[in-house]
Design a protein around this ligand. Structure first.
Ligand SMILES: [Zn+2]
Length: 678
């Protein structure tokens, strides 16, 4: 099927190039898409709400912090030297893919522009865009490390060069600028770069161009988004070709040994097997998840059901056997890899922030392509746990890896597993990735189709958008993620026909059900899959209240999950909780505490004083302590493993961890059984 020829439902862009005003990911073909994003400006988050305040903090603190850091870390200077024709003897500063950090900051600034940006941000965008235009080679090539240090290596190290990876982030920044109307000069740079790619890379066998893929996937989804914005079918074809070439045995992944010779398996680069033949999630977690997002983008635009099915197969493997309770992925520091099934150690979890963001983006694409609520469940879960916890309360410190157990006395500022969030990293992929996601987060909450609107994640704010037969304005109020109730009020509606408001029922809630009332009276909504549906001729003044029970859930791991066998974890609503050393009695180590499962934890608004204003609900539980002093490392089996008496336990949300002085923390806590044994 010719891409872009299918008719999309009511009010949705029908042809490439009409995505102006939309956020990230704007399908143009209805061949596979089931749901459609609404406009970037259609959702406005409320001040004083959890999401609204976070987005505001992202603009005021995180984005400006990232701008400072890409300047002071030397990433901008790398491009300046290239633009000025500097000597190749001057060393490149930072990682050889540092350009991508700048591109992610530019993307974040573009998404932020719909709410207005500061002079500092505007000046950075202006100056950097001009710099990129000057640094770009006459033939459209752009990569400061290659141009500045190894001009002879262009496209000769697809394994490690990250040239297409950087190009992808530039395209995504240009797409953000185009869709927000915040500028046009990045589009010129991006357009020249795409032209260069099309002249360089093979589009079909035997065309004499370079046959190869990037060791770090990302270009796939960027090219599809570029196609969606510009209508460039050649860009879509190149994306499709990149997916098809990946893993093909006759396609080499050339390298120049930039890694010092350490051999990495082809699976690290996701080039070990054709994507349509794979059934297992594997390799470098971020690369796998970006690749899967690109696969869904290509499948959606080309109507390729087999390709979409291949990605859903990987999802099933990943989410049934290789996902942390916090929604994170990547259980090995070695090769930053996903690991084997059920290999999910808490204390050595890698769980990179970028993998969590990539998972969120992949699940959003799967949600649009299939309409299946399980993808929205995965988005909400990874968002409120790993992504929310990757950044400090102040918005200027970050975790790269997101461990589920930080051991007592682990005192390190090492980038690989620091005890506290760091202001920046030499490999700085995560902070600007967070900035670009949060700058556009309102675009991931609501969709529409021919029936009406779907609310996937609760939030406080307004929705002003098109519905069948007219337009509607809704006001939403919720205490999510602390409270289960969401009120939706219709403040304006011009629709002249019935339309359906669909509300996701989270998987965790399906056995309890959700209560729904319409205009103050209980209402029996139809349940279609995992969405409660209310269909009517909506009028101004109509209101819906939906209420999710928020019981404290005590969770046990699958028996194959050896690393946390006989441990328990606690969750309330979407939030996973953890124990922090700060909340234990003096002298008690977090590893010596067991959770009494006969006394279910209870929610409390009495939160630790240092977390007031950040955490609204703590959980109070009881436990006991192991008497560590009398224990040998190994000894004969003994029934009595406790010395000290009862220990009152306070659990705080995992995302809020690490904002106090003592850093030790754990999500999975050994279970104290009802007979008092462990
Ligand atoms: Zn990262």
């Amino acid at each position: 099927m010719e891409p872009g020829t299918e008719q999309a439902p009511n009010g949705v862009p029908r042809t490439p190039g009409q995505g102006a005003g939309t956020g990230p990911v704007c399908p143009t073909s209805a061949a596979l898409a089931r749901l459609w994003p609404i406009g970037l400006r259609d959702v406005v988050l409320a001040e004083g709400s959890a999401l609204g305040d976070w987005q505001q903090r992202n603009s005021a603190k995180t984005l400006t912090h990232c701008i400072d850091k890409v300047v002071t870390s030397g990433a901008v200077r790398n491009l300046e030297r290239v633009a000025e024709g500097g000597s190749s003897q001057t060393p490149h500063e930072g990682m050889h893919f540092s350009d991508s950090d700048i591109y992610k900051v530019l993307e974040a600034a573009a998404w932020d522009s719909v709410r207005g940006v500061s002079t500092q941000v505007a000046d950075f965008v202006e100056g950097t865009t001009s710099l990129l235009a000057r640094a770009q080679r006459d033939d459209g090539y752009l990569h400061s490390w290659v141009q500045g240090q190894h001009p002879d290596l262009a496209w000769r190290d697809l394994r490690w060069g990250h040239e297409l990876y950087c190009a992808g982030h530039l395209l995504q920044a240009a797409v953000a600028e185009g869709r927000t109307g915040s500028g046009h000069r990045l589009a010129t740079v991006a357009g020249r770069l795409v032209e260069h790619l099309l002249k360089t890379f093979s589009l079909e066998d035997g065309d004499g161009r370079l046959v190869g893929v990037c060791g770090h996937p990302l270009i796939e989804t960027a090219l599809v988004e570029f196609y969606r914005m510009t209508g460039s079918k050649a860009a879509l074809k190149l994306a499709q070709r990149q997916v098809d070439l990946r893993g093909r045995p006759d396609v080499e992944l050339p390298t120049t040994d930039l890694t010092g010779g350490r051999p990495f398996p082809l699976s690290y680069f996701l080039h070990h097997m054709p994507v349509r033949k794979r059934s297992l999630a594997t390799g470098h977690a971020v690369r796998e998840l970006y690749l899967q997002a690109g696969i869904v983008d290509v499948a959606t635009e080309t109507g390729d059901e087999e390709l979409l099915s291949a990605s859903e197969t990987i999802w099933e493997d990943l989410f049934s056997t290789k996902t942390y309770l916090t929604g994170a992925h990547g259980s090995r520091h070695r090769d930053e890899s996903i690991g084997d099934a059920y290999e999910l150690p808490s204390d050595r979890a890698y769980a990179e922030t970028c993998a969590a963001i990539a998972s969120f983006q992949w699940n959003w694409r799967l949600l649009l392509a299939t309409g299946r609520a399980r993808y929205a469940d995965a988005m909400e879960h990874v968002f409120w746990n790993t992504i929310a916890g990757s950044v400090s309360r102040e918005g200027t410190e970050f975790f790269y890896s997101n461990t589920l157990h930080l051991r007592t006395d682990h005192d390190s500022a090492d980038e690989d597993s620091p005890s506290h969030r760091l202001e920046w990293y030499e490999c700085a992929c995560c902070p600007p990735n967070l900035a670009r996601l949060m700058a556009s987060i309102q675009a991931y909450l609501v969709t529409r189709d021919a029936s009406g609107l779907q609310l996937h994640m609760p939030f406080s704010g307004t929705v002003s958008t098109e519905v069948p037969g007219g337009t509607v304005e809704l006001v939403l109020r919720t205490g999510h993620p602390w409270e289960g109730a969401t009120e939706i009020e219709v403040t304006r509606c011009s629709a002249t026909e019935d339309w359906t408001l669909s509300l996701r029922v989270p998987e965790r809630t399906r056995k309890h059900g959700m209560e729904l009332s319409l205009n103050g009276r209980p209402f029996q909504a139809s349940l279609d899959g995992s969405y409660m549906k209310v269909t009517r001729r909506w009028q101004p003044g109509d209101s819906v209240r939906v209420s999710e029970p928020m019981p404290v859930r005590v969770l046990q791991p699958h028996w194959r999950l050896d690393a946390v066998r006989d441990c328990l974890a606690v969750q309330r609503g979407p939030l996973v909780y953890c124990l922090e050393a700060e909340d234990l009695d003096d002298g008690v180590a977090i590893e010596d505490v067991a959770l009494d499962q006969s006394r279910p934890p209870e929610p409390s608004s009495d939160v630790p004083v240092e977390l007031e204003g950040y955490v609204q609900v703590a959980l109070m539980a009881r436990g006991k302590c192991f008497d560590n002093h009398s224990r040998q490392l190994y000894e004969d089996e003994s029934a009595n493993r406790f010395g000290a008496g009862a220990q009152a336990l306070t659990l705080v949300p995992y995302f809020a961890r690490g904002n106090r002085a003592r850093a030790a923390m754990r999500v999975w806590v050994p279970a104290l059984r009802q007979d008092g044994s462990q």
